[in-house]
Design a protein. Structure first.
Length: 158
């Protein structure tokens, strides 16, 4: 069972202080969202998903993994990355890298021009695609998001 499955959620890593009452319902729903994302033909992508979540959590105690129905955003103070099983054979690992130059592998999403948080993506087909380059890009996205959102204190995690 991966880190985003029921019973495998890191305690407190998917919620901020003050959300305790709603957290149980969300955590149950989050596990269902991830299970549904990788049901059927996308099941083969689950190991890559779990490896990306583990990589994100290794960045620091201020990382929050917050699955939705179609994507899994990764937050520090803002969204720094997202996991999206786009096809039966590919996860699009989106990254908030601002105006970083795209490469053959680090694709421009057009997000910077549209003022979206996610500006680049990397195609991931298996855990072996999560190499030092992907780790470096995720670390860069993490480092770029040092400040909490204006007018709002950073979420406190337990």
């Amino acid at each position: 069972m991966g880190p985003t499955r029921s019973g495998g959620w890191p305690s407190g890593r998917g919620k901020s202080s003050g959300e305790e009452d709603a957290s149980t319902g969300y955590l149950e729903a989050a596990a269902r969202y991830v299970e549904a994302m990788y049901a059927g033909g996308k099941a083969g992508l689950e190991p890559a998903h779990d490896a990306l979540v583990e990589l994100a959590l290794s960045l620091g105690g201020d990382i929050r993994i917050c699955p939705c129905q179609t994507i899994v955003p990764i937050y520090r103070n803002h969204v720094i990355a997202q996991i999206k099983p786009s096809t039966r054979v590919r996860i699009d690992f989106g990254l908030a890298l601002g105006d970083a130059r795209p490469t053959k592998r680090l694709l421009d999403t057009g997000g910077f021009a549209k003022k979206d948080r996610i500006t680049h993506r990397v195609e991931i087909t298996a855990p072996r695609d999560i190499d030092d380059q992907v780790r470096q890009w995720l670390r860069l996205a993490y480092d770029r998001d040092r400040e909490p959102a204006r007018g709002r204190p950073a979420a406190k995690l337990r």
